[in-house]
Design a protein around this ligand. Structure first.
Ligand SMILES: [Zn+2]
Length: 228
C-alpha cells in the first residue's frame, strides 16, 4: 500500500513540475539550435545583484561594450537599488528570478502568483520594464505557466551552464567549460550573486578570460530580446 502512495506522489510531482520544467527547457534549446542565428551568444546572469561582484561584472561588460540580461532576485534588488539603476542605464535587460530564490517545485497557486507579482512590482518600482522570467533552480509548476501568460512574461531557460556557483570550480575550469559548451545562438547562464564561497568573483575572472577568446572566434554578444 505504501509503495502505491509513494508512486502516486512521485507521479504527481513529475507531472506538476519536473516534466514541464525539463521539457520546456529542452524545447527552448532545440529551437535555438535550429534557429541558425549565426555566431551570437546571449550572456545571462542569475541570482544578483550581488554587490561588489556585480559592480566588477558591469565594469567588465562595459569595457567590451556588451549588453547582457540579468535575472535578478527581487530581495537583492531592494538591497542594491543603485546596481539596478546602473544596469538599466548601461543598456542591460533586467528580468525577474523570484523574490527570495524559492523553488516552485512543491509550491501551490498562491505562492506562485505572489512570487511573480511581487518580483515584478519590486523591479517596476526601480524603473524596470519587466518582460522576462527565469525560474529559480529551473523549476516551475503548472500554475507558473498560467500566471506568466496572464502577467505577460516570457519564460527563458538556458542552454549552457558552467557550474560557476560551485567552490569546486576555478576561473580556469569555468572558462574551459564555457569554451567547450557554447554554440551559435546559445543562452549562457552564469551567476552574479549567491553561490558557494567567492563564487561570483570567480565568474567575473572566468569571463575576463572567456570574452576575448569568444570574440576572437567571431562571436558577438546580445541581449535575449535583441532578435525579437
Ligand atoms: Zn538562481
Amino acid at each position: 500500500m505504501m509503495w502505491i502512495l509513494a508512486a502516486a506522489a512521485l507521479l504527481i510531482v513529475l507531472c506538476y513540475s519536473v516534466v514541464p520544467s525539463f521539457s520546456l527547457r529542452y524545447l527552448q534549446t532545440s529551437k535555438r539550435k535550429k534557429a541558425g542565428r549565426g555566431k551570437v551568444l546571449y550572456l545571462t546572469f542569475d541570482d544578483g545583484p550581488g554587490g561588489k561582484d556585480t559592480e566588477a561584472l558591469l565594469d567588465l561588460l562595459d569595457e567590451y561594450g556588451i549588453n547582457a540580461s540579468f535575472f535578478t532576485v527581487a530581495g537583492f534588488a531592494e538591497q542594491y537599488p543603485e546596481l539596478i539603476v546602473r544596469m538599466r542605464g548601461e543598456g542591460h535587460l533586467i528580468g525577474i528570478h523570484s523574490v527570495h530564490h524559492d523553488n516552485a517545485l512543491f509550491r501551490g497557486n498562491k505562492f506562485t502568483y505572489s512570487d511573480l507579482a511581487e518580483s515584478m512590482f519590486t523591479l517596476k518600482k526601480l524603473g524596470c520594464d519587466v518582460a522576462y522570467y527565469r525560474p529559480p533552480w529551473g523549476h516551475l509548476n503548472l500554475f507558473t505557466l498560467g500566471w506568466i501568460r496572464r502577467l505577460n512574461l516570457r519564460l527563458l531557460f538556458w542552454d549552457v551552464m558552467a557550474h560557476d556557483w560551485s567552490d569546486k570550480e576555478t576561473p580556469d575550469t569555468i572558462c574551459t567549460k564555457l569554451m567547450h559548451r557554447v554554440f551559435p545562438g546559445a543562452v549562457i547562464c552564469l551567476h552574479d550573486g549567491r553561490g558557494e564561497a567567492g563564487a561570483p568573483a570567480r565568474t567575473v575572472e572566468a569571463l575576463r578570460m572567456a570574452i576575448p577568446m569568444l570574440l576572437e572566434k567571431g562571436y558577438r554578444f546580445k541581449r535575449v530580446d535583441d532578435d525579437e
